[in-house]
Design a protein around this ligand. Structure first.
Ligand code: C2E
Ligand code: CA
Ligand code: CA
Ligand code: CA
Length: 277
């Protein structure tokens, strides 16, 4: 009996067992995190390359976990997606981001606020209506909410996606393609979609200006955006050399630790004011 017991144990990887259990616990806690007020948004500035003026922010979620401290999205978004909890969590993010944006507008700070979407959220029936309601409820002026979608979200069922994007755009929502260059966009399809902006993925920006391929790709994305009449923002800008390269290549906007890390709403507000005065 003892030998069999040991053999049974051997098929369990202790770490796997622990992390499956830990995930189960985390999932249960995730289900209550909204009502317990444990989520928070940070806002990372996006500036105009030409003069460094702040033009917008990207909202980034954090989970203030009661025992584990502040968790980054990498530690819980995938889990939330697996269990569809991303739909209510995403709705909370949108509400909170719109509320902050309206507050800034009422205080003279015109900043677009960009929100990351998950596939499940974007595809959920009633998503467009929920955005319509949100904009009416918060009274956020049109044109100041931006949604970030990945190439993967855009390229599956292009006609249906196009229809949905047109409805969103009719509400005055701006649409941006996140992590551009890492997915598999068909340029023919891209041209059919009502997109406003492309975000050059950090993996290319990181290699600038030294690495030949990344340099070529970054230049190509900037040219493509400009040829299609779209805005372009580089993410993950950390160094002066990257900033100079992107300015010279004609990249319109910059975002990254070299400009500012993600900030709480009050810090963001003072950061923007100090830049404008
Ligand atoms: P992302 O959309 O590509 O967001 C940019 C990530 O890069 C953020 O990480 C940001 O803090 C980080 N970052 C910004 N500047 C720099 C830099 O100069 N260098 C480096 N190394 N990193 C930089 P974060 O906040 O941990 O978010 C990770 C990902 O989680 C996001 O990637 C996004 O895909 C997802 N995410 C964040 N918030 C939400 C949300 O509300 N909903 C959904 N569905 N996903 C979210
Ligand atoms: Ca993003
Ligand atoms: Ca991104
Ligand atoms: Ca990225």
């Amino acid at each position: 009996a003892k030998a069999r017991g040991r053999a049974t144990y051997a098929i369990f990887e202790p770490q796997v067992a622990t992390s499956a259990y830990a995930n189960l616990v985390l999932e249960g806690q995730l289900g209550h995190a909204i009502e317990h007020g444990e989520f928070a948004l940070l806002f990372q500035p996006q500036v105009r390359t030409r003069d460094g003026m702040p033009v917008g922010v990207e909202a980034l979620i954090r989970w203030q976990h009661p025992e584990r401290g502040l968790l980054a999205p990498d530690e819980f978004i995938a889990l939330a997606e697996q269990h569809r909890l991303i739909v209510p969590i995403g709705a909370w993010v949108l509400r909170e981001a719109a509320r902050c944006a309206r507050h800034w507008h009422q205080h003279g700070l015109d900043l677009t606020v960009a929100v990351n979407l998950s596939t499940l959220q974007f595809q959920a029936p009633g998503f467009v209506d929920s955005i319509d309601r949100l904009l009416k409820e918060t009274g956020l002026p049109t044109g100041w909410l931006e949604l970030e979608l990945t190439e993967r979200m855009l390229m599956d069922d292009v006609p249906a996606v196009r229809e949905r994007l047109l409805q969103l755009r009719a509400l005055g929502v701006k649409l941006s393609v996140d992590d551009f260059g890492t997915g598999y966009s068909s340029l023919a399809h891209l041209k059919e979609l009502p997109i406003d902006k492309m975000k050059i993925d950090r993996s290319f920006v990181r290699e600038l200006p030294g690495q030949r391929q990344a340099t070529a790709i970054a230049r190509a994305i900037i040219q493509l955006a400009s040829g299609l009449g779209l805005g372009v923002v580089a993410e993950g800008v950390e160094t002066d050399a990257q900033r100079r390269f992107l300015a010279e290549a004609g990249c319109e906007q910059l975002q990254g630790l070299g400009i500012s890390p993600p900030l709480t709403a009050p810090h963001l507000e003072s950061w923007v004011r100090s830049r404008r005065s």
